[in-house]
Design a protein around this ligand. Sequence first.
Ligand SMILES: Cc1cc2nc3c(=O)[nH]c(=O)nc-3n(C[C@H](O)[C@H](O)[C@H](O)COP(=O)(O)OP(=O)(O)OC[C@H]3O[C@@H](n4cnc5c(N)ncnc54)[C@H](O)[C@@H]3O)c2cc1C
Length: 393
Amino acid sequence: MPLTVAIVGGSVAGLTAAIELRSLGCHVEVFERSATEMKSRGGGIVLQQNVIDWFSGTLGLPLDRVSTRTDFLRYFDRDGNVVSNRQKVWHNTSWSTLHKALLATFGSASYHAGATAVDVAQDEHEAVVTFEDGSVCSADLVIFADGISSVGRARLSPQTQPEYAGYIGWRGTVEESLLTSTTLTALADSMSYYVGENTHIILYPIPGPDGQLSVGERLMNFVWYRNIPAGDEFTSMVTDRKGRLCSVSVQAGEVKQEFVDQVRIDAEVLLPAVASEVVVKTAQPYIQIMQDTIADRMAYGRVALIGDAAFASRPHAAAWTAKAVSDGLALAEHLEKSQFDVTEALANWEPAQLEIGRNLFNRVREMGARSQFENSWEPGDPTFDFGLFGPDI
Ligand SMILES: Cc1cc2nc3c(=O)[nH]c(=O)nc-3n(C[C@H](O)[C@H](O)[C@H](O)COP(=O)(O)OP(=O)(O)OC[C@H]3O[C@@H](n4cnc5c(N)ncnc54)[C@H](O)[C@@H]3O)c2cc1C
């Protein structure tokens, strides 16, 4: 029997679940807090195989129309020499490209922008979401796909709190057209790394702001991981220009100028020239706080937590988007298998998704420890390869 489903959060996890559940005959409504078109935070997303299958299968999008491709994993030393260059293909996109494709597939008729959920309740027959304006939506199934600061998780699992990992990621993008030809040639076809003492940086090309895919028209994206112990300096860094203490990221254009100036100086001192040029030329670098928020459950009767609402952690394995897609697709599969018995489907769905999330979390925690604190990452080490289930898997 088709179900009514309310999904809170209209980003990657929410729209993936929405498209899949609707294709099974469910009546799906998506409620998204943002009232306007959402702007990318500006960073790249590396596509894991399950996301590629979803893109090119269900969404019918040829991969080469929505992603850039890198062919090598290339490590530089401090002087800019290539010290490891292994062949490995990755397809990379941007959050906005991914989101646009998902939203175009789902359509706008059942996508309610500007709807902020504030609470949820349930009994044995239905679950009810309450919104900021006092309106409610009742459904057979409620899915919270509302990201790292999830209201669903706060209501259902208030004991789950973020834990700061001791380092931040400086992130940003620069137009490839602004790079010198030496730097562009060095970086254009690779996932590029520099691993220094208690720090590392990753750089790779992503589509341009309007989806441009040709070399020279794309964006070069970077994440530079730097250790900042909790304390006054950290607090000052994550307090934005308007004096607001940020809990997840300090967005582009909102990082205090003194820190932007300093990161550019540090880049020239600490990084090889190919990497420092990208950091220095990035007009508005921004900060992602590296932290772990790990829910101990994802299924609560008729209510599910998926994607970053359940597990939000560090990006070292480039797989949290893949985890979000996996949560949504697996949930749909279990609903179909259980002939749309919601509580049975959620109970059967939860263990494997919890295990995927915990394994991924353990892995990124170890990658973070080895790269930022133990200095045991040798250039080219395959255990650092991206992957949802393990290195390159
Ligand atoms: C605007 C935006 C840009 C991003 N850019 C990047 C990027 O460039 N690189 C990268 O690696 N990752 C990016 N991410 C994060 C990445 O998409 C996620 O980590 C991952 O894909 C898992 O997605 P998710 O759908 O679980 O969570 P998210 O993508 O965080 O989505 C959560 C959604 O829920 C909405 N929401 C939150 N609270 C409520 C509420 N109370 N009521 C209704 N809706 C609510 C949010 O507005 C958001 O759309 C971005 C996320 C967003 C929202």
